[in-house]
Write a protein that binds this ligand. Sequence first.
Ligand SMILES: *Cc1c(COP(=O)(O)O)cnc(C)c1O
Length: 395
Amino acid sequence: MSDPKQRRLDTKIVEGGRKPEWTTGIVNPPVWRASTMLFDTVADMEASNPPKHGRLQYGRNGTPTQWALSEALTELEPGAAGTRLFPSGSAAVGIALMSVLSPGDEILMVDSAYAPTRIFCDNVLTPMGITVTYYDPLIGRGIEALIGERTKAIFLESPGSLSFEVQDVPGLCEIARARGLVTLIDNTWATPVLFQALAAGVDIAILAATKYIVGHADAMIGTVTANARWWPKVERTSQVFGQHVGPDDAFLATRGLRTLGVRLRHHQESALKVAHWLQEQPQVSRVLHPALPDCPGHEYWARDFKGASGLFAFELKGGDADARDALIDGLTHFGIGYSWGGFESLATPSDADRLRTATRWQADGPRVRLHIGLEDVDDLIEDLARGLARYGDAA
Ligand SMILES: *Cc1c(COP(=O)(O)O)cnc(C)c1O
């Protein structure tokens, strides 16, 4: 007989964090709102310090609503010691970096990082005396030549924001570990369902839970999950920076999490159908979808990932940004807006070029990023067909 504690991923998604003392019989952990919590005596109050995960002490240190989400996410990352919650994905990135870096250190930062991550590096880390060196996401073993005396950390994001290069995460982590460096990854695109970062050798995994964990475009949360070596630093830094997520948002994220497995499978299936269709269209020069061979680093996706999510980009032939914008502006079923990972489809420009400093991006024409939602995929394809016809007229 198999061990009932050895649960598979979808079972963990459904059962994670549902401790009887937190749910008191309610299926999904309910909303516990609190700032002050009352103690019987002064001695009891003093004994509650330092605050501990899972023990009611003060609102900033959470209630069962936040703990349930943290525990469910920790369970999804084999090798994790704990998960902290943040008011946004960007807050999670910033505090994770502050947890591992001190003035005088150097960090190697992937050139395809999410733009606000770069902005944090250039506006907070650099003025603090931390050197930020950007590297090519496809650098591979070449990263060894960048590691110097002061290098402390390597930050990865795979696939990269806007450009979708998939990194050799296990390879980079192996080098980092041999040189005594800490590794962090922004794993928002895959979530632990499609890529288990800590098992691949990463020390600290960050999610913009705003995207697929919440999954309904109605709340913002960030998370940082760390292994035993780095967990105490991450926990302490987020406490001293007063990071906290309200119970209503934590509740929405936990509710979203329960359907993450099925949602991702549907996002994957529809996005692949759209991506394959786009490959056949005369106006399209290439499709940057990690599961397709045209995407740089596709071989690492094939080796390391359990599947693909619903976000990818395509590059148009010729034409200019105005023609591309006409394509997007006229779409009926795709919204235009920041973020992604909800149930709805989105289309936005996807020009990574102007942000990069370590690498140059060679493009045939303007690019469009799509988030493929849960609508009927044939409605989406027909909408894009009309958009490409507009582009053909405008280009
Ligand atoms: C959206 C996003 C973030 C930031 O998350 P917010 O909750 O919007 O602050 C970080 N990394 C990636 C890859 C993202 O797409």
